[in-house]
Design a protein around this ligand. Structure first.
Ligand code: UDP
Length: 259
C-alpha cells in the first residue's frame, strides 16, 4: 500500500495529504469519544456509515447552494475534501432542548424551543470547548463579522434543509454541530462548510418512539450504537438490507484478521 502523509489525527477521523495541492483525504474511524474524550470506545462500522451519511448530506446541501469542502467519496471509509483553514468555532444549532442546554438552563430534555438557537463554542479540547459569545469571536479575531454572518446564514439553511430531510424519514432533528473552514480565492477568504454531518454530531430521535438514533446511545450506555447509525443510513436509502449487514460483518472479519 502507498504510504500517505498523515496531516492530523482527531478523535473520529484522520486527515491525509490529498492527491493534488489544496486537497485532503478524510478517513472515518470507528473510534468514539464523549464527555471531552473522558469516555472512549469503538462503534463497529461507524466510520463506514458516517462516510456515507456525510457524503449524502453534503451532496444534498451542495444541491441547494451551500458550499462545502466535500469533493467525492473514495471508498468505504474515505472521502476527498478541499483543504481549509478551520474556523476554531463549533456551531451548534438547536431546535429542541437536550444535552448541555438542558443541563445548563434546567430545561427538560425534549422541550420544543420557541425558536431555533445558534450557539458558539471555542474549539479547544484542553479548555473543554467552552461556550462563547459573538463578542469573544470578534475580540479574539477567530472570524470576521462578515464571516460570522455567512456562518449563521448557512447554519440556518442547513437546519431548515436537514429538519425536512429527517422529518421525511420519521426522525426529529433535535440539535447538531457544524464546523466551517476558510478557503482563499483570488486573495479573498470565503467560508465553506467543513468536517462532517453524521449521527456523531447530531441528536436524531425517532418521531414515534422518541428512541435516540445517534451518539447519545454511546454517551449514555444505551447499547445498540452501531444499529442506530445503520438505521439512519438505511432510512436515508443509503444501504440495501444485505449491504448493511455486510458492512458490520466485514468489519468483524477485518478485526479478527487484525487489520
Ligand atoms: N456536539 C458535537 N461535538 C461536541 C459537542 C457537541 O458534535 O464537541 C453535538 C452533539 O452531538 C449535539 C449538539 O452538538 O448534537 C449539542 O451538544 P451539547 O452542547 O448538548 O453537548 P453534549 O450534551 O453533547 O455534551
Amino acid at each position: 500500500m502507498v504510504r500517505r502523509r498523515q496531516i492530523y489525527e482527531g478523535k473520529a477521523k484522520i486527515l491525509y495529504e490529498g492527491p493534488e495541492p489544496g486537497t485532503l483525504i478524510q478517513y472515518f474511524k470507528d473510534d468514539a469519544t464523549a464527555f471531552n474524550a473522558q469516555k472512549r470506545g469503538t462503534i463497529s462500522g461507524k466510520g463506514v456509515f458516517n462516510n456515507r451519511i456525510s457524503e449524502h448530506i453534503f451532496t444534498a446541501l451542495k444541491g441547494i447552494g451551500v458550499p462545502t469542502h466535500f469533493i467525492r467519496r473514495l471508498n468505504m471509509r474515505e472521502q476527498l475534501i478541499r483543504q481549509v483553514e478551520i474556523v476554531p468555532i463549533e456551531v451548534v444549532v438547536r431546535n429542541v432542548a437536550a444535552g448541555s442546554l438542558s443541563k445548563r438552563l434546567g430545561i427538560e430534555e425534549g422541550t420544543q424551543l420557541p425558536r431555533t438557537i445558534i450557539e458558539y463554542y471555542y474549539k479547544d479540547d484542553a479548555l473543554g470547548d467552552p461556550l462563547i459569545a459573538d463578542e469573544h469571536i470578534a475580540c479574539f479575531g477567530w472570524a470576521s463579522q462578515e464571516e460570522m454572518n455567512d456562518i449563521a446564514d448557512m447554519a440556518i439553511r442547513v437546519n431548515d434543509f436537514m429538519s425536512g430531510m429527517f422529518a421525511a424519514i420519521g426522525i426529529r432533528l433535535i440539535d447538531f454541530k457544524l464546523e466551517f473552514g476558510r478557503v482563499w480565492e483570488n486573495d479573498y477568504p470565503r467560508i465553506i462548510l467543513a468536517d462532517e454531518i453524521s449521527p456523531d454530531g447530531c441528536r436524531l430521535w425517532d418521531m414515534k418512539s422518541n428512541e435516540k438514533l445517534d451518539k447519545d446511545r454511546f454517551r449514555l450506555d444505551l447499547g445498540g450504537e452501531a444499529e442506530a447509525y445503520q438505521e439512519i443510513a438505511r432510512r436515508l436509502g443509503l444501504l440495501e438490507e444485505e449491504d448493511a449487514s455486510s458492512v458490520l460483518d466485514l468489519d468483524t472479519h477485518r478485526k479478527k484478521r487484525g487489520r
